[in-house]
Design a protein around this ligand. Structure first.
Ligand code: SF4
Length: 386
């Protein structure tokens, strides 16, 4: 892939004058068709050389991810980026991912999100003021004292201030790969877990550990006392925040039933951000990396119905078709992460050409205090078994 980009860049460089590109407003870039950005992106990429790395999340659209130096999930990308010597880390993902990259980055590295409107509906469902109110309420009820040992855990898909909140209160961050290890870590230190912001990942993880549903409650930040009675809160072992991924929530148990009926023998693989009822019916439950590994391990002639974002599913289908493996989406309408889709070739070209001209646009910068505690929560994750 790099060779292809370099070739495209070489061609573009020959055609272009030696001076840096003329800077235009983002609107001018957005007015041009996507494909006209390819040579510009490639040329800017070559000019920036090792000063920049482009990070492409698995759910990113094809026209953008093909320029990525690294692809993966958000934690893997943030870690890899911090290990490079690149000054500019261009994150083709969503806002919380760029924040995590900034938390882990070296002090002189700068993180850029090509479109500031690329947010995450799940991360936005837990705002710091709401989480602090919840904690205060639990404290007033005697549930968040150190003796009682309420441990706050947050999924990677949360804002930096939520990660910091957990770090400052003895908790940690987890990914969908190590959520079970994080729960075990927390139960070794406390009686209860407050899990943010994805109720589905929390419920699926706790249930797989043998915690019955009646020992879990859902805290709704828009209701008085989270909408949970003090008795139920006291009895609960896991307090789930009422958040979800608007993409994965669209997969329904009926979709699994349809696959079982119409495509017998097909393996159903879903992400643990899917609803409990869907996960219970699936054959395999796992992170994006586990989904990919599952299909890699399948033999020729195997087939998979996958419950995750459509761009990853489509790429897996194209990659494995020549190996005789069939990959389809679990929901045939295709679940798209519309916020990640906001990062277009025009946004990437705009960010890169500004860097070539010496201007950093859309830098994501986490405050030092937040960074410190978020890093504590992320570092604690390293103590967790996968
Ligand atoms: S797929 Fe869901 S959790 Fe992931 S970035 Fe999109 S909205 Fe957020």
């Amino acid at each position: 892939m790099i060779e292809t980009i370099a070739e495209a860049a070489g061609a573009a460089l020959l055609e272009e004058p030696a001076h840096v590109p003329v800077l235009c407003s983002l609107e001018n870039y957005l007015a041009e068709p996507d494909h006209t950005m390819d040579a510009r992106i490639a040329a800017a990429r070559v000019r920036l050389g090792r000063q920049a790395v482009i990070l492409g999340h698995h759910y990113q659209r094809d026209e953008v991810i093909r320029f990525a130096d690294f692809t993966g999930d958000s934690y893997k990308l943030s870690k890899i980026a911090a290990e490079t010597e690149a000054k500019y880390l261009i994150f083709c993902g969503v806002h919380f991912m760029a924040e995590s990259a900034d938390v882990l980055a070296k002090p002189w590295q700068q993180v850029i999100l090509p479109d500031l409107n690329a947010g995450c509906s799940m991360a936005d469902m837990a705002e710091i003021g709401q989480v602090e109110d919840c904690w205060d309420s639990l404290q007033r009820q005697g549930l968040a004292t150190s003796e009682k040992g309420l441990i706050p855990l947050t999924y990677m898909n949360s804002a930096a201030d939520i990660k910091a909140f957990c770090g400052e209160r003895g908790g940690l961050v987890c990914t969908s790969s190590n959520a079970r290890g994080a729960f075990e870590w927390a139960f070794a230190r406390g009686e209860k877990i407050l899990f943010l912001p994805d109720q589905h990942l929390g419920r699926n993880t706790a249930f797989a550990m043998g915690i019955p549903l009646h020992e879990m409650v859902v805290w709704d930040p828009y209701q008085l006392n989270g909408g949970v009675s003090p008795e139920r809160l006291r009895a609960a072992r896991v307090i789930l925040w009422k958040g979800h991924c608007s993409v994965h929530q669209r997969f329904l148990p009926e979709h699994v039933d349809r696959i079982r009926r119409d495509e017998p023998g097909m393996t159903v693989v879903v992400h643990p951000e899917c609803r409990f009822e869907v996960c219970q019916k699936a054959d395999v439950l796992g992170s994006t990396e586990k989904i990919i590994e599952t299909i890699e391990r399948g033999g020729e002639g195997s087939s998979f119905a996958v419950g995750t974002e459509i761009h990853l599913v489509n790429r897996l289908a194209a990659r494995f078709a020549p190996l005789g493996k069939r990959v389809i989406t679990l929901d045939d309408s295709g679940c798209l992460c519309t916020t990640m889709y906001r990062i277009s070739p025009a946004h990437l070209a705009w960010a890169l050409e500004n860097l070539v001209a010496g201007r950093v646009v859309n830098q994501i910068k986490v405050s030092e205090d937040t960074k410190h505690w978020a890093k504590v929560a992320l570092d604690r994750m390293l103590e967790v078994k996968r």
